[in-house]
Design a binder for this molecule. Structure first.
Ligand code: UD1
Length: 312
């Protein structure tokens, strides 16, 4: 397998490229503009992993990177619901126009399949839990709408242009290398940093909103399966664990792991925030042989250990 991972220097992308190499991929190119990714996320001592600096909005650069690739894993994006509300133009441009370029270039280069990182945010506040792929999406933020548009393009490239595509709706992925350096960072990375620094985190709202937090190595394993599974082109799958925990429960869990009694502060709820999120994993189990290996607690322990070593 010769693979390109867009966003390969990011938190999830760099876990994925390690997983691809461990699963036997011959070469993996991380295509990344280092906007939110980091060179230091890439494995230092693996000559089969390389970084191509480039932006998915640059069609020619994307095409050059995809030449000779069998599989493209499209993870590059400007993430974050609140960032897409505060500054919608860059996230629209990257997440929609950039994704269009990726599909177009993949088709042009004869790539066998593109696996696209879609988002659980597409469901919005649909009342039923868990969220099933057959539900009508209901995006509540520009980010959610952009990621949903990417799914539509993925399936249209499959139906109109014969490019094999699979979309995976990632559910709040966490784990080592998630960057806690921005107010837009994922909540668990901010919780970890808060505990290590002994500074209270802010919980937006009452903390009773819930998420299906999914450990990054389980997501990487599922993405790889989606590349190889037969008869799934054009389909959309949830990539979650199937559980959900409130932020209050999660903060308590983490404090136990860290042996801390730090109290969180509370602030106003965030615009565009979804209340509850939980994946129905039936479809992914059936078609992709989805079988998460990490309980939430085990994922939290491993992640906290990593932050303790890397932020100390
Ligand atoms: C959303 C998507 C997720 C996607 C991510 C990309 C949903 C359900 N999930 O995550 O799949 O990967 O966008 O950015 O839409 N919070 C605090 N304090 C903080 C930061 C966050 O309380 O300092 C709260 C938020 O208000 C939210 C929860 O923590 O309720 C999770 O926030 P965050 O980690 O930013 O992810 P989502 O927006 O849920």
């Amino acid at each position: 397998m010769r693979a390109v991972v867009t966003g390969g220097a990011g938190f999830i992308g760099s876990a994925l490229l390690r997983h691809l190499r461990a699963s036997g991929a011959d070469s993996v190119v991380a295509f990344d503009n280092l906007n939110s990714g980091h060179r230091h996320n890439l494995p230092a001592a693996d000559p089969a992993v390389s970084l191509t600096l480039g932006d998915i909005r640059d069609y020619d650069a994307v095409c050059a990177a995809f030449a000779g690739a069998d599989f493209v894993f499209h993870l590059a994006a400007i993430p974050s619901v609140p960032r897409s509300i505060n500054d919608p133009v860059p996230s629209h441009d990257v997440n929609i126009n950039g994704s269009f370029n990726v599909f177009r270039a993949a088709q042009h280069c004869g790539v066998r399949r593109v696996v696209y990182a879609a988002s659980s945010s597409a469901y919005g506040d649909t009342p039923t839990l868990p969220k099933v792929e057959s539900m009508q999406p209901n995006p509540k933020s520009p980010y959610a709408a952009q990621k949903l548009m990417g799914e539509h393009y993925a399936s249209v490239f499959a139906s109109c242009f014969g490019l094999e595509t699979v979309s995976l709706r990632f559910f709040n992925v966490f784990g080592p290398r998630q960057d806690p350096g921005s107010p837009y960072s994922g909540v668990l990375s901010l919780f970890m940093k808060a505990l290590i620094e002994g500074q209270p985190p802010t919980i937006f709202g009452d903390g009773e909103q819930s998420r299906d937090f999914t450990y990054v190595e389980d997501v990487a394993a599922l993405v790889y399966k989606a590349a190889l599974a037969p008869s799934v082109s054009g389909m959309v799958f949830n990539a979650g664990n199937g559980d959900r925990y409130t932020l209050n429960q999660t903060w308590d869990f983490l404090k136990q792991i860290a042996g801390s009694d730090l109290a969180a502060s509370y602030g106003p709820s965030r615009p565009g925030d979804v209340r509850d999120s939980q994946a129905d994993t039936t479809l992914a189990r059936r078609y992709l042989n989805h079988a998460p290996q990490f309980t939430f607690e085990e994922g939290l322990r491993r992640t906290f250990q990593w932050y303790r070593e890397s932020l100390a």
